[in-house]
Design a protein around this ligand. Structure first.
Ligand code: DHB
Length: 311
């Protein structure tokens, strides 16, 4: 009833964590494995371990369902996440990779090609928090070049984590680039809304890096996540799209499927509520589908209706 898919991988339950949330340490990944999440994705990993940006680098305001993060890719290095794969193979396990240099990327891809038990690679094209760097996903020429590089080397199923796009034309251009690379099997959209600013009641920034700028997560992202999923689904109807951004309830998951998603990730809500959010969202979805007499969530995929004016 609630299955989903990411490329050619089926998830028994279509909801799992967003990269970066509860997925940096072995214990966190094991917790996800033992939760109701339908799969799991690691923290974005780099060639070398990174301590990341100075603290405070995460802040959330649960009342307003908003968060800001600037972890700066703190992670244990890609080898750590590959070595864990044999312990995590009872659910689809995706490894997120953040690209720094082509040389490092080549080594990482070769190693992943030889590692069983990894369902796929989520290439992060959209980290907003690297000091002095811009988000790759906003440079469509660089995106094209990197996809060419990855497609020539990668033997595992892979996908891209995209930033939020605000113009339908940008999405059309991006979709035309992606069409050139049939090995891209899934898209995750959207990442946090980069370089937002939250201030607290001491007249100061809520986080320290970049003078307080960081990736915004939470409820305000949902309309942008929905529109990006919807527009990409129109241009790439065969592509698996994993919706992400502002998912707190079963209704949010349902809405992402209506726009064309085939799975959904949870970020801020998982961070705030903890692992029990998966079971709660599952129950909410079951209730929605029963009320609407829908047998399978995937049956509504892309079925959003556009209201027409009646004169
Ligand atoms: C980080 C933030 C992101 O939004 C992302 O996609 C990857 C990494 C971070 O700050 O670590």
């Amino acid at each position: 009833m609630l299955s989903g898919f990411v490329g050619d991988i089926k998830l028994d339950f279509c909801v799992y964590n967003a990269s970066g949330v509860h997925c940096t340490s072995e214990q966190e990944l094991l917790d996800l494995l033992n939760s109701e999440a339908g799969g799991l994705v690691s923290k974005s990993s780099t060639f070398e371990p990174r301590i990341g940006n100075p603290h405070p680098r995460y802040f959330s305001d649960p009342k307003n369902k908003i968060s800001i993060n600037s972890t700066g890719l703190a992670n244990y290095g890609y080898g750590y996440y590959l070595d864990l794969s044999s312990k995590l193979n009872t659910k689809p396990y995706f490894v997120s990779v953040a690209t720094l240099t082509e040389l490092e990327l080549e080594i990482i891809i070769n190693k992943i090609n030889d590692t069983p038990d990894i369902a796929g690679i989520e290439f992060n094209f959209s980290c907003p928090n690297l000091i002095g760097k811009t988000q790759l996903g906003y440079d469509l020429t660089a995106t094209d070049k990197l996809l060419d590089f990855v497609s020539k080397r990668c033997k595992k199923m892979f996908g891209l984590k995209l930033p939020p796009y605000f113009e339908p034309l940008q999405i059309e251009i991006l979709a035309n680039i992606i069409k050139k690379y049939p090995l891209v099997k899934f898209l995750v959209c959207i990442n946090s809304l980069g370089n937002g600013l939250l201030i607290n009641n001491n007249d100061s920034t809520c986080i320290y890096p970049k003078d307080g700028l960081g990736g915004i997560g939470g409820a305000s992202l949902k309309p942008f996540g929905l529109s990006n999923v919807r527009e990409l689904h129109k241009h790439l109807p065969e592509m698996s799209i994993v919706g992400c951004g502002g998912v707190f309830t079963g209704q949010d998951v349902y809405d992402y499927f209506l726009c064309g998603a085939s799975a959904v990730q949870i970020g801020t809500c998982l961070h705030e509520e903890g692992l029990q959010c998966f079971e709660r969202i599952k129950q909410e979805l079951i209730q929605i589908l029963n009320q609407k007499n829908i047998k399978k969530l995937v049956d509504i995929r892309g079925g959003l209706k556009v209201i027409s004016q009646k004169y």
